[in-house]
Design a protein around this ligand. Structure first.
Ligand code: AMP
Length: 111
């Protein structure tokens, strides 16, 4: 079994996070160490959508990156953000520290 991560604890409500949006599928919260005026993290909430990293995607979870990107696009549009960066860190060599797939959303604009 994969190790429980800090993001599992956030999804389960065991530790607090600065949540800016959520629905049944996705949680969006502020990164605790922001690298830009807006630095958000997007994660999938459903247990069956859990995957550690882009490197671990399977047929069952291959839709998750598109889900996160789509929610980022909708969130940006709704907040009038027209310039942003979307990043997945993949593996320790790619700078990944939390092994719960997440999309970084960074913008010089504020929400
Ligand atoms: P990564 O390097 O892609 O694994 O990014 C993990 C990100 O999670 C980092 O930018 C951290 O600052 C962020 N982070 C770690 N713990 C928390 C937390 N409790 N709440 C919000 N962001 C966090």
């Amino acid at each position: 079994m994969p190790k429980e991560t800090i993001f599992h604890k956030i999804v389960n409500g065991d530790i607090p996070a600065d949540v800016v949006y959520q629905d049944d599928d996705v949680l969006i919260f502020k990164d605790i160490h922001p690298k830009a005026p807006t630095h958000l993290l997007l994660i999938a909430k459903r247990k069956e959508d859990f995957v550690q990293s882009i490197a671990d995607l399977t047929d069952a979870t291959s839709h998750v990156p598109a889900l996160l990107i789509s929610k980022a696009q909708i969130f940006a549009k709704e907040h009038g953000i027209d310039g942003y960066k979307l990043t997945f860190h993949v593996g320790e060599g790619g700078g990944q520290e939390v092994f719960y797939l997440h999309l970084h959303f960074l913008s010089q604009q504020t929400i």
